[in-house]
Design a protein. Structure first.
Length: 66
C-alpha cells in the first residue's frame, strides 16, 4: 500500500500498523509525535493503529540541544 509521510510517498506491506511504519523509518526509540489523518496518535496506540492505503501521516522528531 502507499501512504504519505511528511509529504513523501512511502510503500508499506498490507495490514501494517503505526509501529511497523516507525520501525521501517528507523525511528524506534526516538522522541517523536505522530499525526495520522490530522489526528494525534498516542505512542500507546501504535500497535493497534492500522494503516490504510492513502493515509497521510506527519511525524515530528524532538531534537535536544544546549
Amino acid at each position: 500500500m502507499q501512504i504519505r509521510v511528511n509529504n513523501q510517498s512511502v510503500s508499506l506491506a498490507e495490514k501494517s500498523n503505526m509501529s511497523d511504519l516507525i520501525d521501517q523509518l528507523t525511528l524506534s526509540g526516538s522522541r517523536i509525535a505522530v499525526e495520522l489523518n490530522r489526528e494525534i496518535v498516542p505512542r500507546s496506540d501504535y500497535d493497534a493503529r492500522a494503516l490504510h492505503d492513502g493515509d497521510v501521516i506527519e511525524i515530528v522528531q524532538a531534537i535536544g540541544g544546549g
